[in-house]
Structures are given as C-alpha cells and as structure tokens.
Design a protein around this ligand. Sequence first.
Ligand SMILES: NC(=O)c1ccc[n+]([C@@H]2O[C@H](COP(=O)([O-])OP(=O)(O)OC[C@H]3O[C@@H](n4cnc5c(N)ncnc54)[C@H](OP(=O)(O)O)[C@@H]3O)[C@@H](O)[C@H]2O)c1
Length: 283
Amino acid sequence: MMRFTLNDGNTIPAIGFGVFMIPGDGPTYDAVLAALKAGYRHIDTAAAYFNEEDVGRAIRDSGIPREEIFVTSKLWLQDHGYEQAKVGIARSLRKLDIGYIDLYLIHQPYGDVPGAWKAMEEAKAEGKLKSIGVSNMSPAIWKKFVPGFETKPAVNQVEFNPLYQEKEIRALMVETNTLLEAWYPLGHGDASLLSNPTIQALVDKYGKNAGQIILRFEVQDGVITLPKSTNPERIRTNLDIFDFELTGDEMNKIRAMDTGKGSHDPDAPGVEQMLRGAFVIED
Ligand SMILES: NC(=O)c1ccc[n+]([C@@H]2O[C@H](COP(=O)([O-])OP(=O)(O)OC[C@H]3O[C@@H](n4cnc5c(N)ncnc54)[C@H](OP(=O)(O)O)[C@@H]3O)[C@@H](O)[C@H]2O)c1
C-alpha cells in the first residue's frame, strides 16, 4: 500500500476504509475484519460514528500487529474546549482500546476549537495521539483558527471528488504542508460522477471500474482517500489501483471536471446548530 508522509514525519496509507454509518453493534466489527483481510491497513472512524468499540475489537482480534494498522478517530463538538477535550480524547482511547490513536481530528470546527486543539497537542506530546488534524475546515474557518495553532494540522478531512476539488482550501493547506483527506471520494455513489464520459473513457482504456479510476486520480493528485463500500468485490477492487498510472493529460481532464460545488457547506448558516443538536456521545 502506498503511503504519504505527513507534516510531522509520520506516514499514512493512501487509502483508508471509512466506517461512517456502519452500525456499532456487530456490523462494524465484521466490516473492519473483512477490510483488514482484503488488505486495508487504515481505518477511519469517529466518536460520532458510535462504533469505536467495534473498530478496536476487530483490530485486536485481527492478529495483525497494532503498528501495521493506521487508525483515525475524531473528537465530537460536545467535547470542544481544553478540559472537555481531554475527556473526549480519553473516551476515544478507552473505547478503541488499542493503546494509541494514529490520527485524531477535530471533526466539526465550531466552538472552542483552540482549547480542544491545545488538549490534542498535549495528548500528541504524551504519545496518546501520534498525529493530529482537522476536518470540514472551509477556507474561512481555516483562516480563523489555523494561524493561531502552534502545531499545524497534519490533515484536513473534507468532501472531495472530481466534481468538487476544493481548490481554494488546498491552496491554503500547501502553506502548512497539510494533506487533504477525501470524504465522499466517490461522490457518495453519485451516478453523474461514476458515469461521467471523461471517467468512462478511462474505464475502457485501463480496464478498471469507474470507482478505481476516480480513486486513482485522487491518490495520484496527492489526496488520501476514504472510499466506503459494503460490497465485498468493490471493497477489494477499490484497493487495486496501483498497477496503472493516469497520464498528465488524463489528470488534467479530470481536474477540469471540478464544479466548485459539494453537498456540504461548513460556512452555511445553521450548520453548527444542526450538528450540535444531532446527538450526544455517552461514556
Ligand atoms: N469527516 C466527515 O465529516 C465525514 C463525512 C462523511 C463521510 N466521511 C468519511 O468518508 C467515508 C466515505 O463516505 P461515503 O461512504 O459516504 O462516500 P463514498 O465512498 O464517496 O461513496 C460510497 C458509495 O459508493 C459506492 N461505491 C463504492 N465503491 C464503488 C465503486 N468502485 N464503484 C461504484 N460505486 C462504488 C458504495 O456502494 P456499495 O457499498 O454498494 O459499494 C456507496 O454507495 C465515510 O465512511 C467516512 O469515514 C467523513
């Protein structure tokens, strides 16, 4: 598996297996074990996915050495602020029960983000979190918080796929050598993306499926990608993108598919309130 080097010197597998919306009472355990068996070594969860226990149990039961698996989790909004973030970090560590967390993110960048970040920096210094980053930071939110951070985020996990290439935030992230991680890397299964003629022409040329062409574009463009599938064949083939390379001209054709619009606008009025009221994470 190809790896990228983060701005703190740690490395991260280019493709991760996301477990968003997989229930935490068994299905996540099965899915993570299946993903590890298929060759994934990078699992993306969050406190707000309510399945950290299942992810941890699957990793412990997998028989694969802990240091070979890269695990991301995320702090939820209710735990922002310095003291409360320590509680949230401790809760994630306890639920996962895998010793340390490879990458921990501010999941939604509202409220006392600087306080939460300070607690994350301390947990990193203590070795509980190996790398720290952010998620869902728009250019405006990035400019509000990141200049005040002592440790620059290793990643910003945002919506990204050929139809929404986040060019403005990527330009800011170059300054701090922060990598982009793509959620909705396949447009959440968007048929207009998968059946786009530019993608389909490459499907024919390389004998790969549309998902593989899109994921190859993303990784080749320097993006860590988190495709989700519950289909065993696609779980396997989504990793099988390292035996071909898109030409510079093909990369530019896909770059030209950018519409500049996605499904989620972190700056939209009411988003913070909606997320805050969504649920409560319990111990
Ligand atoms: N940080 C955040 O706020 C945030 C928000 C949303 C998501 N995420 C992360 O991003 C991950 C991915 O999100 P997502 O699942 O919604 O989006 P996605 O990976 O873009 O799309 C998944 C959809 O694409 C289909 N699919 C998978 N592989 C395919 C292929 N090769 N060809 C055609 N279709 C394919 C899947 O169907 P099948 O299952 O039938 O294959 C599923 O319907 C999540 O698990 C989560 O970890 C993070």
